[in-house]
Design a protein. Sequence first.
Length: 82
Amino acid sequence: MLPVIGESPTVAGLFHAFGFCGHGFQPAPGVGLVVSELIVDGETLTPLTLFATMQFENTTRADPERLVHEFDPSLGQGNHTT
């Protein structure tokens, strides 16, 4: 549930700043400053660890059956067809 801010781990020179949900306008000036520092200076004093693409790296695998039942409760009552 956190935005992504920082340089792409796979494409040199590509910088990300997305995923702000409905709060995108409020932090925009600060995010713009941080991204400009990354581009111009190659670094920023602002800690970005929580906003790195690493937040998507997870060794836990989702259980497809559990997800189906969470998003469609009617399927949990034997009313589904496959």
